[in-house]
Design a protein around this ligand. Structure first.
Ligand SMILES: [Zn+2]
Length: 640
């Protein structure tokens, strides 16, 4: 927003504005407030929250947020919310509450009046234009009216409610009406985005010509811009007003002024793509609907909608077929971030047969739409559906791709409860109906999404992943684990005949190397060892020359002392078993602790199913740990 130069205001004016602009009144225009005791509460517009901690005191004329500590009076509220200067806000409030404005220097009054009223004047000229278009629809807009009534099947009351209009075909009909008849200054009409100067020969022409006109209102119901739809083949099909002093595309949502009460009441907001989807839904009595203005949803737009819902439930209704998944992904834009953090409960509604809401409603009962709305999948469920769509999980390549994409998705989920829920869900899908496999898949996914055990192909600088941190995960078993992993790698490197056994047992138990330098070496081995049986060590060594830093911590593995050689020759089976048991134990212990924590955080009475599933997971880990204890007939430390 441009900052206007505003002369210094007389203190009396500021004082009077403070007196007249009641804080509850001012804030209510932006936040749904409920009375609680002698104060009012609502959802804080300055931070994301699910339960109201934003408190407004009428007696103190102050607000305070217990969540983010935002605080102040009515003027401060508007300043922070709309990012405007103190003087601008005072002037706006002065106008709304009929406070006469005095400046410190009387001679500045005229300049002040001019600036003060620019926005007001823009609203006025835009309202006059809207009336002109509405009038034109009735008297010269047969074609447009026909389109509305016959193609869009809209009733008169809907056309009225949305103030739909028609821009006549001439080049300067609106220009003549506003500038010549109504005597609005030509610069003002231009600043409102309604006319443009001709490139040659001087004069102006109308921005909208021979188009159906859809006025765009701000949240307070003032006309701030127009959308124009062509009635023939003219391109573009939809044309919007340019951005102006009062119209910002990324901050505006179509029909929010008409939808906000219903959004608040139904505790849910629906976002559709097109103006006519929103209009058709409102006409069908589904009023908690807004439309994006053809751009990806911005965080600001979403926060604006969410101010009206306590549940933060947002349903995105996309055309399923047109540009399919990609369009949806694009439209989700920045808000995926909010969804991963759980700040918005995002659902996706794809209408059957790839219809948009307007097409879908024609000839159907609005209840059908409501039902689809009620059953719309949560965004993450929808994402998972997209991942497995057209895949055959019995094919290794598809399976790999699907599980890789799942891991990527799961990793981004910030809330651990939600993440665990989806881990189980994905594990179920990946086990293809074989319930015995679910647990294994869960473990596999957990290991892959845990940051400490995620191989980072793009950043092989293992020095940056401190070994110390990883060992702390392994707790007391740390040094034992280090020994076990090193032993396994040594056996693999030096004894080709046991390689298959090692690969098998790692795969069977779904184990990975926990220490980063071991993981690094194992990756190198896997990448080159197919086919080359004999010269593995020298090939790995060559390869490791590229990574001298990582080499330092693994070079000792390329040599075997005599005692170890003897041990391996006489007990290779037991050693492999003991080493892998040790590796598994560390992972299991970690998971056991993880599920125990989840169990601890879950109220068995409030969420019995969740509690039970955590208990089952915890118990399964515990049992496996006991089994491993029995398997470890002797410790590796004794052997080496
Ligand atoms: Zn807050």
């Amino acid at each position: 927003m441009t900052n206007m130069y505003i002369p210094r205001l007389h203190p009396d004016t500021i004082e009077e504005v403070k007196q007249r602009a009641d804080i509850v009144d001012v804030i209510s225009e932006h936040v749904v407030l409920r009375k609680r005791g002698k104060d009012f509460v609502g959802l804080c517009p300055f931070h994301s929250e699910k339960t109201p901690s934003f408190t407004v005191s009428q007696t103190k004329q102050m607000y305070y947020c217990f969540g983010c500590q935002a605080a102040g009076n009515a003027i401060k509220f508007i300043m922070d919310l709309e990012k405007r200067s103190f003087a601008e806000v005072v002037l706006d409030l002065a106008r709304r509450y009929q406070v006469s404005v005095r400046t410190l220097e009387p001679e500045q009054r005229q300049e002040l009046q001019r600036q003060l009223s620019l926005r007001e004047q823009l609203y006025e000229v835009l309202a006059a234009a809207a009336q002109f278009y509405q009038h034109a629809l009735r008297y010269s807009g047969d074609k447009a009216l026909q389109y509305l009534e016959q193609v869009r099947k809209l009733r008169q009351d809907t056309i009225q409610q949305f103030g739909l209009g028609y821009a006549p075909a001439g080049w300067e009909t609106l220009y003549r009406y506003l500038v010549e008849d109504k005597r609005y200054p030509v610069q003002l009409v231009e600043k409102a985005g309604l006319i443009k100067p001709r490139k040659e020969g001087g004069g102006y022409y109308d921005v909208f010509r021979d188009r159906l006109i859809i006025p765009i209102h701000d949240v307070l119901g003032r006309v701030i811009a127009f959308g124009g739809r062509s009635l023939g083949d003219e391109q573009p099909k939809y044309l919007n007003s340019p951005e102006t002093e009062v119209f910002f595309k990324g901050k505006t949502l179509f029909a929010l002024d008409k939808a906000k009460a219903a959004i608040s009441q139904m505790n849910q907001a629906v976002v559709v793509e097109g103006y006519f989807d929103a209009i058709a839904l409102h006409a069908a009595g589904i009023n908690n609907v807004v439309a994006s203005l053809g751009t990806a949803l911005s965080i600001e737009q979403v926060r604006q909608i969410l101010r009206y819902t306590e549940s933060k439930q947002l349903v995105l209704n996309f055309d399923a077929d047109k540009a399919g998944t990609n369009a949806a992904e694009r439209a989700i834009g920045e808000i995926a971030e909010l969804a991963y953090k759980g700040e918005v409960q995002l659902k996706i509604l794809n209408l059957p047969d790839g219809k948009d809401a307007d097409e879908y409603l024609q000839g159907r009962n609005p209840e059908d739409y409501r039902e689809l709305l009620a059953n719309a999948p949560l965004w993450l469920d929808w994402q998972i559906q997209q991942i497995i769509k057209d895949r055959d999980l019995k094919q290794a390549a598809d399976f790999q791709q699907v599980s890789g994409q799942m891991v990527k998705l799961l990793k981004n989920i910030a809330n651990s409860d939600t993440r665990n829920y989806y881990i189980s869900y994905c594990a179920e899908i990946l086990s293809l109906g074989d319930t015995r496999l679910i647990q294994l898949r869960v473990e596999n996914l957990v290991t892959q999404i845990a940051p400490a055990s995620t191989p980072r192909k793009s950043t092989p600088v293992i020095k940056q992943q401190p070994v110390a941190a990883q060992e702390s995960v392994a707790s007391q078993a740390g040094s034992l684990l280090k020994m076990a992993e090193a032993l396994l790698l040594q056996i693999y490197l030096h004894y080709p005949e046991y390689r298959q056994a090692i690969v098998d047992v790692l795969e069977e138990r779904d184990l990975q190397f926990s220490l980063s330098h071991h993981r690094f070496l194992w990756r190198q081995i896997l990448e080159i060892s197919s086919g080359i049986e004999h010269d593995l060590i020298s090939t790995v060594q060559d390869r490791c020359l590229e990574f001298p830093e990582e080499m330092k911590s693994v070079t000792h593995l390329f040599h075997l002392n005599e005692k170890t050689q003897k041990d391996i020759i006489s007990h290779h089976d037991k050693l492999i078993q003991a080493a892998t048991a040790c590796m598994e134990r560390v992972i299991r212990e970690k998971r056991c602790r993880h599920f125990w924590e989840l169990l601890d955080q879950t109220d068995p009475e409030a969420e019995p199913q969740k509690w039970q599933s955590y208990y089952d997971l915890f118990y399964a880990e515990k049992q496996r740990l006991q089994e491993l204890e029995r398997q470890r007939q002797f410790s590796i430390a004794d052997l080496l």
